[in-house]
Design a protein around this ligand. Structure first.
Ligand code: NAD
Length: 269
């Protein structure tokens, strides 16, 4: 049986920063394969069209909307549009996340604010608009994509990113408690080292491995993980599928770490 049959899922950040399969794209495809009607939103219209094309190529349902999550009014229009067309939103998946290099001393302050606005305020905007509809429909599932780097130093000077993801974890927990009586479940996923196009392109990452060669960086990251490999976007998508589905109907307020054991300890290299 399909896990999400009959459900309407809004996946925000459903594109991918470069060609290939990022976490949001894999999740949108997985939700569609499991029977959901998927609305794919992203600031990058071309990227989100590509996600929808992949879903349509499998004969499945998906529509797209171009959306900047920092624009609260645009988020409101998007959510109203989904409600007008489908009558409900059962699953909200917040995948949007950006990185920027710098410690608290050297990051540009406007840049710090931009990262917080995209990674934290963006999720607040979508939850703020979607939760009242979920409450009206008797409940729903919200999944916020955080990072293992919300809990620990991630090896690169990404002060704004770490702070934004840590705040996202906690607003996930507190929102979970506030809306638990109305059966709105709110959980976060903390991916570890995932092999996505973003990891290949993000400023400062390859350099932090003293590596200009991306293949060498991948091999080093594989060796760091107790399970012997980085995760794939599909590993994150499968965790999201679980939290979105009714199998997780008694689970709210958790940080689900998806990292091959890295949170507990690095493999000996
Ligand atoms: P990605 O960059 O491919 O996906 C993020 C998507 O968000 C992109 O399609 C981008 O266009 C979109 N986006 C950016 N700003 C936006 C905005 N203002 N409004 C709407 N959409 C916007 O990256 P990914 O590797 O798929 O990662 C996705 C999530 O997973 C992020 O939240 C990231 O922090 C988290 N994560 C990734 C890893 C990893 O190793 N790849 C590890 C931990 C956490």
């Amino acid at each position: 049986m399909q896990e999400l049959a009959g459900k309407v899922a809004l996946v925000v950040g459903a594109g991918s920063i470069a060609s290939g399969i990022g976490n949001g794209r894999a999740t949108a495809i997985t939700f569609a394969r499991e029977g959901a009607t998927v609305i794919c939103a992203d600031i990058d219209e071309k990227a989100v069209d590509e996600t929808a094309r992949m879903i349509h190529d499998e004969g499945l349902r998906a529509s797209t909307v171009q959306l900047d999550v920092t624009d609260f009014e645009a988020v409101g229009r998007t959510v109203s549009g989904v409600i007008a067309e489908h009558g409900r939103i059962d699953v909200l998946h917040n995948n949007v996340g950006i990185n920027s290099l710098g410690s608290v001393v050297d990051i540009d302050l406007d840049e710090f604010d931009r990262v917080m606005r995209v990674n934290l305020n963006g999720a607040v905007h979508t939850m703020r608009e979607v939760i009242p509809h979920m409450v009206g429909n008797g409940g729903g599932s919200i999944i916020n994509i955080s990072s293992l780097a919300s809990l620990q130093w991630g090896g690169v000077s990404y002060a704004a990113y770490y702070a934004s993801k840590a705040a996202l974890n906690h607003i996930t927990r507190t929102t979970a408690i506030e809306f638990a009586p109305q059966q709105v479940r709110v959980n976060s996923i903390l991916p570890g080292l995932i092999k996505t196009p973003m990891a290949a392109n993000v400023p400062g990452l390859a350099e932090s491995y003293s590596s200009q060669d991306i293949e060498e960086m991948w091999r080093t990251r594989d060796r760091m993980v107790p399970m012997g490999r980085m995760g794939e976007a599909w590993d994150v998508a499968n965790a999201a599928l679980y939290l979105a589905s009714d199998r997780a109907k008694y689970i709210t307020g958790i940080d689900l770490v998806v990292d091959g054991g890295l949170n507990v300890g690095r493999a000996a290299v």
